[in-house]
Design a protein around this ligand. Sequence first.
Ligand code: C2E
Ligand code: CA
Ligand code: CA
Length: 562
Amino acid sequence: MRDKIQFDSNMKDFFETISVETDDIDICREKIKKGLLIIGSRLRMGKAVIEYSAPKSKLIDEDEHKRDIIFECDDVNDSPIVFDFVSPNGAHLIVYDYPLGAEPYTAEEKELHGFIMREIYFQFSRTVMKELLTKVMDTDLGTGVSSLDSLMRYAGKCIRSGTLQDYNAFFFNIHNFKYVNKIFAYAEGDAVIREYAQKVKSMLLPDEMIARLGGDNFVIICRKERTKELCKELQNIKLSFSNGVREKEFLFGATIGLADLDGVTEPREIMSRTSVAYSVARRKSAGSVVEFSHEIQRKVMEDQVVVSTFFQSLMDGEFIVYYQPKVHVRDKSLCGAEALVRWVKAGTIISPMSFIPQLEQDGSICMLDYYVLEETCKFLKRRTDAHKQVVPISVNFSRRHLEEPDIVDRVVSIVDKYGVDHSYIEIELTESDDFQNYEIMSNIINGLKDHGIRTAIDDFGTGFSSLNMIKKVDLSVIKIDRSFIPLEKDYSGKEKDMIMFDSIVKLINQLGKSIVAEGVETKQQLNYLSTVGCDVVQGYVFDKPLCEKKFEERLEVGYIEA
Ligand code: C2E
Ligand code: CA
Ligand code: CA
């Protein structure tokens, strides 16, 4: 057909006009209109209408349907020829081409119009495809919200126009999402997260944006004045979801790292600020909101130094075990000890509170706990070999050990490696908030018990510890935290605390468990504890945690003057 067309200057102008590259469908439509104005009369065209329709897809939320007049003059024949073009993505472009005047198009005209309309369709579908491609790159296909790339580009635009300072950003993770995958199949979990993301998107203003980072992690840029409101809404997202068999209501919260974007000069700073705040929020507890500050950033960097230097420091012998005696109240006999680790760095003793939380977060704590166990076993073996007195020593094991399938075997093999009698080792565990851990904890405790190794529950009376735990899990020792022990100076106003403490001690005794009261500092506390039936205490009233040498001296002399 191209050969048959006379390529006069009008025709050339037409092709040049419609061939201008664009990835914007509106611009494409305008250039087609402009092109037809050049050759419309030559083609004896009265009117042309295009109808574009595209089915709903992962990229298009609703079926799309658009109608547009691309050429029009008076005196139009009302029986058009219709061209229907179908794109590979299922989209249709229908062109209604009306001749000018009463006469229908001749066969030759039809052929020419067919050729012109095909060119128009070609330009149109190219633009649609380009638009789709940009959308693919800008969209997270799993949820239909923006991709991180797209959010970064948007932030770049805001930086250039000087408007980013009007916004705050959130980095957040859906709290409790893991239960969705437990209840539903994986594919249905995907559908829930899509619905969740769409719901959050619907709460945003046109100049705000949500992007998915992967999994159940998202970033939002929102207007400063709406931060509080959005934070609150994110803590309370209700969704009901049915998979045809089961209908389930979900209430999602979020753990949020928040950052003011004032002073941000590069888009990636949004991620560094919010992720620092998020890492602190996550460590605090699920559902917390933490705002970025330079102070927080400094702390997170320090934590990273702790974690990154840990392994070499362990190899270099910088971790030292201290022992804090446990004492029988009645006869002041030294009946046990707790192993407590110290980090000796460049001659300075660092308290475990300054590095245990970081190592817990990272998971390296497990290696340290095994190291402390091994050092304790070596100590007991040295004394046994020298025919000196030994006492049972308890070693702290972080909750992170609950993830280890072979913890019992590893503990037993370390104790056996040094030939230490199992009754001289006790493992201190802390209760966690996850009820599912009861079973895992119970298995560990029973496994250790089968080998004659006792376990203690640490910090009873704080956080998540509960009587339920004592009932369900076969523990040997309950260590009562100092915060739970009524202090003598508060006694007058603390009758209820005393009644509770007294009853719980009785209950634990009746269940046949041993009690150790921790953090006992004064003689008055000591007297009070002995009257309520707390027989063993650990605290500054007798000793602070002692280095090995001092502890050995204490083992020799005991507490004659105490
Ligand atoms: P924890 O297991 O509750 O250990 C008792 C803490 O209370 C020790 O602090 C001890 O020094 C302190 N303490 C003892 N008596 C008194 C007292 O009369 N008054 C006061 N105010 N405090 C007293 P420390 O040694 O700083 O250890 C802190 C925490 O670090 C421990 O708390 C334990 O949770 C953790 N930790 C220490 N060593 C290890 C370890 O080897 N592995 C693990 N996983 N955690 C450890
Ligand atoms: Ca402990
Ligand atoms: Ca404790």
